[in-house]
Design a protein around this ligand. Structure first.
Ligand code: HEC
Length: 120
């Protein structure tokens, strides 16, 4: 009889201890340490750069017979012509006849080129 009580007590003590250990380690996992220097948000081609070209350029620089042979509708075309396009935008030569792009739009395109023209 005494032996059984002792065993039950030991079992309970063990369960209690292990639950303490478990809750302790769970608490540790909840702690989120912020990175020391969070990197600047990367410019996304698909959502930030492509829409600018679609809105302001591809109406003229489409797929069929585009001016100067420059199509600006896809990632491949835009990345191949990125520097020429940026220079024309920066000098306000393009979009031809339309309002110049904003400083923010110009900066986004430049940041995307500087980051290596990623297809992201
Ligand atoms: C209204 C039509 C039209 C729109 C919109 C347009 N272009 Fe053009 N683009 C032209 C024409 C026409 C030429 C041929 C050269 C000229 O007439 O100046 C040209 C030439 C170019 C050239 C080569 C000559 C140069 O000036 O460097 C580039 C690069 C260019 N466009 C980029 C762009 C970009 C980037 C956009 C959007 C921001 C854009 N274009 C919007 C009509 C347009």
């Amino acid at each position: 009889m005494m032996k059984t009580t002792k065993t039950v007590f030991l079992k309970l003590a063990l369960m209690y201890t292990s639950s303490l250990v478990l809750s302790c380690s769970a608490d540790k996992e909840d702690v989120v340490t912020p990175p020391p220097n969070p990197p600047a948000a990367e410019v996304k081609f698909s959502t930030q750069v492509l829409p600018i070209f679609q809105t302001s350029c591809s109406g003229c620089h489409g797929v069929t017979n585009p001016p100067n042979g420059i199509s600006l509708t896809s990632f491949a075309q835009i990345s191949a012509n990125a520097t020429a396009a940026y220079n024309a935008i920066q000098a306000d030569r393009m979009p031809k006849g339309g309002p110049a792009l904003s400083a923010t739009q110009k900066a986004l395109i430049k940041a995307w080129i500087d980051a290596g023209k990623k297809d992201n």
